[in-house]
Design a binder for this molecule. Structure first.
Ligand code: NAP
Ligand code: ZN
Ligand code: ZN
Length: 347
């Protein structure tokens, strides 16, 4: 077994703490990864605190993982020792269903094995995530990361990057499109960078007036303070596409009103509480309200290669493991610029 040092939540209400555990010895198709950096996603916080339903403890969160290969199983072909690699939100799936066959393993109808708070395909071994020194992952679910990039700033691409890239690509965002991004956090700031890189004119909707300067630096042309209903009056019917990354319950109505006829609003933010939507907000203008979940392995690799080519990386605050709990509090308050990343040497 591979001795691993990490951080875990032992209950919904206690701070995360140092936690030692063992990873499996590599099977023939496994890759052993020494983790270099691990991003802090708001989903880690929702899960560590059982906000989406009961979590299985101990919970080692983390699904924005980058590192280097230190061992490979006998049948591994795509990776060798020393390669730079990434691991995202899931580490296995059935491989046979419609979702898996169309490269959308996140929608496996049998069993997507999420990187943490999930069970392996054996239905009994709990998965433990990336706030750790090492991880062992089946080759097929490991991503290649090109050399010569700032690895700490690449880590958040494994969740925040793919979650925002996937819907922008799916809805064909390009030059001439007016795109709104709701919430300027980890996902939101990647959405701004990616939408801008695809040629869109980007508007940020934010509850934090002090993020205006940053929003412009990240690539937004306009900034709307979303807490004042008056600010929506002049922008009714203006947007082709709105990506909502907000982590808490809020009203979708003003955003739906800001869409053009046939416009689309995609929810990626996963607030624990449901929101009400009036039929009128959708039927006038034939608006579409839909959702999106991360992206499949093939698309995640495509996104990593795209970001390498365009030099699109996350803006991060690099922290030692001892600051994880403080980072959670700041993330909840929307006070991170714009993603915390843990230096895995400090586990
Ligand atoms: P984050 O860094 O905390 O950013 C969320 C942003 O939402 C905040 O910075 C804030 O932006 C805004 N916000 C927070 N509370 C709000 C409230 N009460 N009302 C209005 N706006 C509020 O979180 P994240 O890591 O980007 O994740 C965002 C959400 O996406 C989480 O729910 C996460 O679980 C989910 N997620 C979903 C997927 C998926 O596949 N669908 C993948 C990853 C994460 P402003 O200060 O600009 O208002
Ligand atoms: Zn995430
Ligand atoms: Zn499947």
């Amino acid at each position: 077994m591979i001795k691993t040092q990490g951080y875990a939540a032992l209950s919904a209400t206690t701070p995360l703490q140092p936690f030692s555990f063992e990873r499996r010895e590599p099977k023939p198709d496994d890759v052993v990864i020494e983790i270099a950096y691990s991003g802090i996603c708001h989903s880690d916080i929702h899960t560590a605190r059982s906000e989406w339903g009961p979590t299985a403890y101990p919970c080692v969160p983390g699904h924005e993982i980058v590192g280097k290969v230190t061992a490979v199983g006998k049948k591994v072909k795509r990776f060798k020792l020393g390669d730079q690699v990434g691991v995202g939100c899931f580490v296995d799936s059935c491989g046979k269903c419609g979702g898996c066959k169309t490269h959308e393993e996140q929608f496996c109808t049998n069993h997507t094995v999420f990187t943490y708070n999930s069970l392996e395909l054996d239905n009994k071994t709990p998965t433990l995530g990336g706030y750790a020194s090492h991880i062992v992952v089946k080759e097929k679910y490991v991503l290649k990361i090109k050399k010569g990039q700032p690895l700490d700033r690449v880590a958040p691409l494994l969740c925040a990057g793919i979650t925002t890239y996937s819907p922008l690509k799916r809805y064909g965002i390009k030059k001439g499109h007016k795109v709104g991004v709701v919430g300027l956090g980890g996902l939101g700031h990647m959405a701004v960078k990616l939408a801008k890189s695809m040629g869109a004119e980007v508007t940020v909707f934010s509850t934090s007036p002090n993020k205006q300067t940053d929003a412009k630096k990240l690539g937004a042309k306009h900034f709307v303070i979303s807490t004042d209903a008056k600010n929506f009056e002049a922008i009714q019917g203006k947007f082709d596409f709105i990506l909502d990354t907000v982590s808490a319950k809020h009203d979708f109505t003003p955003y739906l009103g800001s869409l053009k006829m046939d416009g689309t609003m995609v929810l990626v933010g996963a607030a624990p509480e449901p929101s009400e939507v009036s039929a009128f907000a959708l039927i006038f203008g034939r608006k579409k309200l839909t959702g999106s979940l991360i992206g499949g392995i093939k698309e995640t690799q495509e996104m990593l290669d795209y970001c390498a080519k365009k030099k699109v990386y996350a803006d991060i605050e690099l922290i030692p493991a001892t600051e994880i709990n403080a980072a959670y509090e700041r993330t909840i308050k929307g006070k991170v610029k714009y993603r915390f990343v843990i230096d895995a040497k400090t586990f």
